[in-house]
Design a binder for this molecule. Structure first.
Ligand code: ADP
Length: 508
């Protein structure tokens, strides 16, 4: 305000002298001083307005004093005064614009600095700004003297690490860094303490500098102020320009908890594997017991028959021979079952092979001849001409078929069914699969049983194990197949296998 008042007063004085006194000279040039004073209080439009007023006053004074007798000297004085006013105004406006740009750039700079400072301070990652310039110079000197392997050098010179730590200066550290180390993270002592003696990681950092690496990132153990060891992910970004080594950003993320969780997870997984192995052994014993029941039973029946043929008078040796041959066949099957179960433990020995479905069906029904005869059950095989060879482990398919047929026989036996038929049919629902169904004329599956049919150890039989269907389904699923059971619309149960012709899964 004082500047404005002085400028107004000065202008009034200049105007008075210029208009009402006889003093000749470029008095109006003094308006320039008034303009300089006004520039301290106003800018832009204000300056133009002041210049216009001063110019108008100059012209008015000229009109009053030289209006009727204008001569060249007075005209030149007027021009000089107006030109001085114009030039001064333009210079003032230009300076003002420059000043304003500088002020706004400066404030943007301050704002940006404040923003980055707040990110640095508030981030949850521990951050340091460290000066590695002295350390770099020291290491580069060493390199120039021929030292390229810092670990070898550290063995020769045990004080090397300590000396190198002493060359690092902490410029700044954030709050998270403070929390992580538990004391002033910018003090040299803290850095020295954080490096656990005997740890080679600090030497790796030194080696990275010698090698001119841009980034160092490693899991490192550090020691806090309280003596607690923490596992952190340390990363250091080295600048490309050696001159910028005085501002290196170092960050640390505490991964102790994460590592502990991973360790606990690995331990839990190992426990689980042990438990599932135990469960598998259990299931396998149950499976063996279940599968061996059938051939062993058949061997006993055949042995009894053989004895009867021999007890005859005269003994029928050719019938006894047939019984003996059946016993051999059933024993071989029992041995195959054992081998196959063992093969489950080393899956590589369980090879898929292309088989002819008809052949397997005939062979399997021959194995069950006794049971079928004893229960008076007839098996019909409904073949379809276009069933191709399927890739499967033969004994597995046989096991499933024997299980399904045995279940059917037992269901019809238990229900005392009058009509005892089993129909095995094969079809091809699409180009990549075949269906095999085993249908009986028994009582079918009751409502409450249906949901638990395939559950391990579920049985409705007094001497049953409840493993058959569960094993069958698991066996087929391991080869990319399926097994389902339902009631047939004409009565009895029907079990359907859905098998890929060329399974992708090689073993369970
Ligand atoms: P298990 O034969 O030892 O009982 P499974 O898993 O083979 O074990 O069968 C489970 C149950 O499913 C049987 O106890 C029976 O109740 C039922 N089941 C299986 N097949 C048939 C079938 N063809 N008809 C009626 N019920 C069946």
């Amino acid at each position: 305000m004082a500047f404005v008042l002085t400028a107004v007063g000065l202008s009034a004085a200049v105007f008075y002298v210029d208009t009402f006194t006889e003093i000749e000279g470029a008095i109006a040039v003094f308006y320039v001083v008034a303009m300089l004073l006004a520039a301290q209080a106003t800018s832009g439009t204000g300056l133009f307005l002041a210049a216009a007023i001063c110019g108008a006053l100059t012209l008015f004074s000229y009109g009053v004093t030289h209006g009727h007798d204008a001569d060249l000297p007075s005209a030149i004085r007027l021009t000089v005064a107006l030109a001085a006013l114009f030039v001064t105004t333009m210079l003032l406006v230009k300076t003002e614009t420059g000043r304003l740009t500088l002020v706004s750039t400066n404030s943007a700079l301050k704002e940006s600095e404040a923003r980055y400072r707040s990110i640095f301070d508030r981030t949850r990652v521990a951050l340091w700004e460290r000066d590695y310039s002295k350390l770099r110079t020291y290491l580069m000197d060493m390199k120039a003297r021929g030292v390229t392997d810092i670990k070898v050098q550290a063995q020769v010179d045990p004080t090397l690490v300590d000396r190198c730590v002493g060359l690092i200066r902490v410029v700044a550290a954030n709050e998270a860094a403070h929390e992580m180390l538990g004391s002033d993270p910018s003090s040299d002592g803290t850095l020295r303490r954080a490096i656990i003696p005997g740890q080679e990681r600090f030497l790796d950092v030194l080696q990275a500098i010698i090698n001119g690496a841009r980034i160092f990132e490693e899991r490192v153990e550090i020691r806090t102020h309280d003596g607690e060891d923490k596992l952190v992910l340390l990363s250091i970004v080295f600048p490309e320009d050696p001159a910028a080594f005085n501002r290196v950003v170092v960050s640390m993320v505490d991964i102790t908890q994460r590592e502990m969780a991973l360790k606990a997870l690995a331990e839990a997984q190992a426990e689980l594997t042990k438990a599932s192995k135990a469960a598998m052994v259990g299931a396998m014993s149950a499976s063996l017991a279940h599968e061996l029941n059938q051939p062993l039973g058949a061997i006993v029946v055949n042995a009894q028959t053989l004895l009867r043929w021999l007890d005859r008078d005269p003994p029928d040796f050719s019938a006894a021979r047939r019984s003996a041959e059946r016993m051999i066949r059933d024993s071989q099957r029992a041995s195959e079952i054992i081998q196959n179960t063992r093969g489950l433990l080393s899956p590589s020995s369980n090879k898929l092979e292309p088989i002819d479905l008809d052949e397997v069906l005939v062979e399997t029904m021959a194995l069950m001849e006794h049971e079928l005869q004893r229960s008076g059950v007839t098996v019909h095989v409904a073949r379809k001409a276009d069933i191709p060879q399927i890739s499967i482990v033969k004994i597995e398919l046989q096991q499933v078929l024997i299980n399904l047929v045995t279940n059917a026989i037992q269901a019809m036996d238990a229900a005392g069914s009058r009509e005892r038929n089993i129909t095995i049919s094969a079809g091809r629902p699409d180009s990549e699969h075949v269906n095999i169904t085993v249908r009986d004329t028994g009582p079918g599956i009751t409502g409450d049983v249906r949901d638990k049919l395939f559950a391990p150890f579920f049985t409705t039989k007094p001497t049953g194990l409840g493993m058959g269907l569960s094993i069958c389904r698991t066996t087929l699923e391991a080869r990319g197949g399926k097994l389902d059971g339902r009631n047939h619309s004409d009565g009895g149960a029907v079990f359907e296998m859905h098998l890929p012709i060329k399974p992708e899964v090689e073993h369970a």
